[in-house]
Structures are given as structure tokens and as C-alpha cells.
Design a binder for this molecule. Structure first.
Ligand code: TGC
Ligand code: FAD
Length: 389
């Protein structure tokens, strides 16, 4: 089977990229091909994350890639998106790791931290020496994080933290947890270092999706935190939601990568597989599916490039990101399902990457705002009626 990471560029979108953006994408693609693809099925089978590649990801500037200063690469948002696209062409779990490190954990400190916190943590996180996780979801509060029960109360100069966060990517492998909690004034954020007494993690096993990514529960039992652990500029739910906007942006790009791998695989397979003495690709029903995939991927690419330019110009709104995340992940999921069908029985084995992408995309459609939550965010935007109240 030919290179499944190869481009799909029906509308010459490549010509709209700068040479630096193309070079970033190609470097990441070579890295993925060399260091990730040969091992990813084993990690998915064993429920392990390939932690050994973290230093190389850092070397390539992938962590906090679009942040400025503090040892970050300061790339534009097109380059950042292309990195996410290539990572997810290999596996959604890999893109998840980078999203959580960059857009959730580093960005939370970048946007809400003191100068001292930024200098202390961001350069180490950019180098991949310090891994972060982002604890917003709780066992009883997923789509409605505003209902969170994790609580911090003042204790002298510091704080005492109690509560449980669930479904936290990188939870048990993180050195630093960004934890969102309720205080008397509302919702705010804390930095909790691994090893702090009273803080423990428990991994979630039995996942059929995102198996090459660690997902954990974070438990806080009378965790005593110094004043310096508080993110001083995190005031209200808009602080964590602002981080989600950054991560959702990367997810919209990532979905293109997963969809592209599935499309390339389905195209190659149906061109070579013969039934009734003709290649499957010669049948009208199969061509219809391939053309639908091509069309949706091309639309996804256009949405993301325009979104990147709006973001770089400071003109994008969270609702633009909701539009892109909702559409791209849902279309990628449909493409993965069609590709799986087109591979017949071979669509269910790990000789081909399609079933792994399909299973992963079920998570991607759920996390960072489910498909329906983004529908309601957009519905609120265009009607002025808030379905969440
Ligand atoms: P609502 O009244 O809508 O908003 C409260 C305040 O926040 C502001 N805001 C935002 N700010 C920045 N970015 C956004 N996306 C924002 N959305 C809202 C808003 O303007 C308001 O500000 P202010 O000044 O008036 O206080 O709050 P609500 O409680 O009605 O929330 C509604 C809703 C459903 C949109 C929100 O809760 C939501 O997005 N729910 C989905 C939860 C979610 O996505 N969780 C993700 C957890 S992290 C994760 O899944 C990581 S996966 C790993 C990976 O990324 O790979
Ligand atoms: P619920 O909110 O209970 O939703 C269940 C269903 O109800 C969905 O179909 C939803 O669309 C629907 N629904 C909810 N509200 C409404 C409504 N108002 N109207 C109509 N329908 C509605 N969280 C973190 O904080 N950090 C992480 O790193 C992280 N990583 C994750 C990794 C994985 C592998 C997974 C699976 C999840 C992760 N999450 C993380 C949690 C994720 O963000 C939540 O699962 C997601 O927000 C949905 O919450 P929920 O699972 O509680 O579903």
C-alpha cells in the first residue's frame, strides 16, 4: 500500500501556504512516518502512550508552538494547525497529547499565570521536560463544567483543595495538573505538582478508543497548596473555556489528518481489491463514497485555513472554532466509518489503520464539547436564544 500520509490537495491549497508552513508540515510528517507509525498499533493494543518520542516532539517545537516567548516556537496558527493535522494522521492520541500539553496546559498558564509562573513552567514544558494535564471534567459534570464540585478554600496564605476530576488526558504521566475549582468568588485555576500530599491519580482502563493515550482520574483529598499555586488571572468559567477554544482549534485541523489517512487507505484498497473480476474502485457506489470523502476533506481544509487566518488576524470568535470542530470531527468520523466499510473484513483488523482512527474519532467527537453542545453554541449565536439556561 502506498504512503498513507500523502497529501490530498484537490484545490491546490498548498499554494496558499508559505514555504515555512509547508516545511513545518513536511518535517512533522517525516517524523511521524519514521518514529510513530512503525510502533503505533503496538501502543494502541497495549494501552500505552509512546512517551519516548516526547523529547523529539519538543525538539521540533511542537509544544506551545503558537505561543510567543518563554522558549516557545512562536509559529503562526497555520503552522500550528498543520502540526496537529500531521500528528492526528498517525493517531488521535498523539495529537491529544500535544493539544493537552500546548493548548490546554501551557496556554492556561500563558493566559492566566503570573510572570513568575510563566517563567518557571513554560520553558520546561516547551522542552517536554515537564508534562501537563488539564482537569476540568468531573464524574458528574462533563458538558456543564459550570456545575463543578471541586472546591478550594482559603487556608492562611494558601488553599485546601478537595474534589475529583475524571477523563483527564495525560493524568498519571503529568508532572503538573492544571485544576479548575470553585472558590467563594466563583471558578478559578490551580497548579498542582505531582507528589503533592493528598493528590493521587488512577488510570481508566477498558477504553475501546484512544488506547494510545493515557486517561486518568485525579483525586484531591485535603491537598494543601501554597498561594503561588493559584493562577491569579483565572476569574470565572471563561478562563478554562478560553483554553478549550485553543484546543478545539487544533482538533479541527487534526480531524483532517485522521480523515486523510482513512481516505488514502480506502482509495488504495478499492483500486487494488477485485470483486466480480473488477477493482472495487470501478463501481459507481464505491466512487460515490470516495468522492464524498474527497469533497468533505477539501471543505474541512478550507474551513481550517480560513479559521487560521482569522485567528492570526485576531478576528476569530469561539463560535468560529465551534463550527470547525463540530463539522470537521463529525465528517472525519463519517469518512472513517465509510472507509471501514469499504475495506470489508480487512476493515476490522489492525493491519490497516482505519478501525483505530474510527474508534479514536468517537472520543474526539465527544471531548472538547460534544457535537450537540457545539450545535447549541452555534444555535445560541445565530438565534440569540440560550438553550443551556
Ligand atoms: P457561558 O455562560 O456560555 O460562558 C461563561 C463565560 O465564558 C465565556 N465563554 C468563553 N470564553 C472563551 N472561549 C469560549 N469558548 C467561551 N465560551 C463561553 C462567556 O462569554 C462567559 O463569559 P462572562 O464574561 O460572561 O462570564 O457558560 P455556560 O455554563 O452556559 O457554558 C456553556 C457551554 C456548554 C458552552 C460550556 O460549558 C462548554 O463549552 N461545555 C463543554 C465542555 C467541554 O468542552 N469540556 C472539555 C473538557 S477538556 C477536554 O475535553 C480535553 S480533551 C483532550 C484534547 O483536547 O485532546
Ligand atoms: P455528558 O455531558 O453527560 O453528555 C452525554 C450526552 O448528552 C452527549 O451526547 C451530549 O451531547 C448530550 N448533552 C449534554 N448536555 C446536553 C444538552 N444541554 N442538550 C442536549 N444534549 C446534551 N476532560 C478534561 O477536563 N480534560 C481532559 O484532558 C479530557 N480528556 C478526555 C479524554 C478522553 C479519552 C475522553 C473520552 C474524555 C476526555 N475529557 C477530558 C472529558 C470530555 O471533555 C467529556 O467527556 C465531554 O465534555 C462530555 O462530557 P460527558 O462525557 O460527561 O458527557
Amino acid at each position: 500500500m502506498a504512503d498513507l500520509l500523502r497529501d490530498l490537495d484537490f484545490f491546490h491549497i498548498d499554494e496558499l501556504l508559505t514555504s515555512e508552513e509547508r516545511a513545518t508540515r513536511d518535517t512533522v510528517r517525516r517524523f511521524i512516518s519514521r518514529e510513530v507509525l512503525p510502533h503505533i498499533e503496538r501502543h494502541f493494543a497495549n494501552e500505552t502512550f509512546p512517551k519516548e518520542i516526547v523529547p523529539q516532539m519538543a525538539e521540533l517545537g511542537m509544544f506551545g508552538a503558537n505561543l510567543k516567548g518563554y522558549g516557545c516556537a512562536g509559529m503562526n496558527n497555520v503552522a500550528y494547525g498543520l502540526i496537529m493535522q500531521e500528528l492526528e494522521a498517525a493517531d488521535s492520541g498523539l495529537r491529544s497529547f500535544a493539544s493537552v500539553q500546548s493548548s490546554l496546559s501551557m496556554y492556561a498558564i500563558y493566559a492566566n499565570g503570573s510572570e513568575e509562573q510563566k517563567k518557571r513552567y513554560l520553558p520546561e514544558m516547551a522542552k517536554g521536560r515537564l508534562i501537563g494535564c488539564f482537569g476540568l471534567t468531573e464524574p458528574d459534570h462533563g458538558s456543564d463544567p459550570g456545575g463543578m464540585e471541586t472546591r478550594a478554600r482559603k487556608d492562611g496564605d494558601g488553599w485546601i483543595l478537595n474534589g475529583t476530576k475524571r477523563w483527564i488526558t495525560n493524568g498519571s504521566i503529568a508532572d503538573l495538573a492544571i485544576v479548575w475549582a470553585r472558590v467563594d468568588e466563583g471558578i478559578t485555576g490551580f497548579l498542582v505538582e505531582k507528589g503533592t500530599p493528598g493528590f493521587s491519580t488512577r488510570d481508566i482502563h477498558g477504553k475501546f478508543s484512544m488506547r494510545a493515550s493515557i486517561t486518568s482520574e485525579l483525586i484531591f483529598e485535603d491537598v494543601r497548596l501554597p498561594a503561588s499555586a493559584h493562577l491569579p488571572n483565572a476569574r470565572g468559567l471563561k478562563a478554562p473555556l478560553g483554553c478549550l477554544t485553543q484546543a478545539r482549534y487544533g482538533i479541527a485541523w487534526g480531524a483532517i489528518g485522521a480523515a486523510r489517512t482513512c481516505y488514502n487507505c480506502a482509495l488504495d484498497y478499492t483500486k487494488s481489491r477485485k470483486q466480480f473480476s473488477r477493482p472495487l474502485a470501478g463501481y459507481q457506489l464505491v466512487q460515490n463514497k470516495l468522492v464524498k470523502m474527497l469533497t468533505e476533506i477539501t471543505k474541512m481544509q478550507m474551513i481550517c485555513l480560513r479559521l487560521a487566518h482569522l485567528k492570526d488576524e485576531g478576528k476569530y470568535r469561539p463560535e468560529h472554532v465551534s463550527f470547525a470542530k463540530r463539522n470537521n470531527v463529525n465528517e472525519a468520523l463519517k469518512i472513517a466509518r465509510d472507509a471501514r466499510d469499504m475495506l470489508g473484513a480487512n476493515g476490522i483488523v489492525n493491519e490497516y489503520p482505519v478501525i483505530r482512527h474510527l474508534l479514536n474519532l468517537e472520543t474526539v467527537n465527544t471531548y472538547e464539547g460534544t457535537f450537540d453542545v457545539h450545535t447549541l453554541i452555534l444555535g445560541r449565536d445565530i438565534t440569540g436564544e440560550n438553550a443551556f439556561e
